[in-house]
Design a protein around this ligand. Structure first.
Ligand code: GDP
Length: 174
């Protein structure tokens, strides 16, 4: 008896956001279900392949994480070219990182893949020192037609749900 195989679709997903908001940590939490306070920065933009099983198909995600180029404002449009989804991450304890996230939204919309689904992702919700209120970020996301989620790469809370939500929102034919 042959098991019926689900169809697969490949999606390029990029991570954007200010340095140290936890982009690499979120990727590592999702792909390896682990967390570390010290992360070795990678050389050159790198991607990781992973899969998300949805109801009627499998989304193969090629996840691009920066290698810290965002620190020097030297991330080129080549990085997000052909991406169909993007996580724009900020740190809920940093107002600055939330402002920068909004800059990334504009940049991606003007330079990048015009139809890419964008998720605004507030990370580090395990910390007590939150300064960016959920309702403020949610309102901005709604007005800007972005998906929105919050998570903690450290505890793992919300990480899988955020990936699932973004993956589901991407049309298969993209
Ligand atoms: P990136 O530069 O945006 O890729 O950020 P990193 O993933 O390198 O994380 C920067 C620092 O924040 C590291 O010390 C992480 O351990 C820490 N970090 C990342 N995510 C979380 C989180 O959810 N909670 C807490 N408390 N710390 C985090």
């Amino acid at each position: 008896e042959k098991k019926e195989e689900k169809e697969t679709f490949q999606f390029k997903i990029v991570f954007l956001g200010e340095s140290a908001v936890g982009k690499s940590s979120v990727v590592i939490r999702f792909v390896r279900n682990s967390f570390s306070e010290k992360i070795e920065s990678t050389i050159g933009a790198t991607y990781t392949n992973t899969e998300v099983s949805l109801d009627d198909y499998i989304a193969k995600l090629q996840i691009w994480d920066t290698a810290g180029q965002e620190r020097y404002h030297s991330l080129t449009p080549m990085y997000y070219r052909n991406s169909v989804g993007a996580f724009i991450v900020y740190d809920v304890t940093s107002a600055d990182s939330f402002v920068r996230a909004q800059d990334w939204v504009h940049e991606l919309r003007s330079q990048g893949a015009k139809n890419a689904k964008i998720m605004l992702l507030g990370n580090k919700i395990d910390l007590q020192e939150r300064v960016v209120k959920e309702e403020v970020a949610m309102k901005y996301a709604e007005e800007s037609n972005l998906l929105y989620a919050e998570c903690s790469a450290k505890s793992g809370l919300g990480v899988n749900a955020a990936f699932l939500k973004l993956a589901k929102s991407i049309p298969k034919e993209m």
